[in-house]
Design a protein. Sequence first.
Length: 108
Amino acid sequence: MNNDVYLIPANSKKSMMIFGMFYPFDLILFGTGLSVTLLLLMILPLDSLIVSLIAISPGLITGLLVFPLPNYHNTLTVLIDVIDYFTTRQKFVWKGWCVMDELKKNKE
C-alpha cells in the first residue's frame, strides 16, 4: 500500500471507557443516584404510589442520564449540547480563508 493516509478507528475512545460505554463520572453519577434511591427506600414508608415513585426517581433519573445514545456519548451529553446551543450566541463570526480581507474592509 502506497497511501500515506492513516485512518483512526471509529472506536478508538472506547478503550478509555469502563465497559466501553461509561466514563468514571457517569458511573459515579449513577452510583450516587442508586445510593440515594436505596436510602429513600429504607427511610420512606412505601404505602402510596406517589411516595414509591419519589423514592425510586433518583435512580431512574440518573439511569436515563447515563443511558448511551447513538452519535452521542449519553443523554447527559445531549442535554448539555442542547442547553449550550440555546444559551450561546447564534451569530457566527466569519473566520474563513479571507478573514484578513474582511478586517481590512472594516478598518476603512
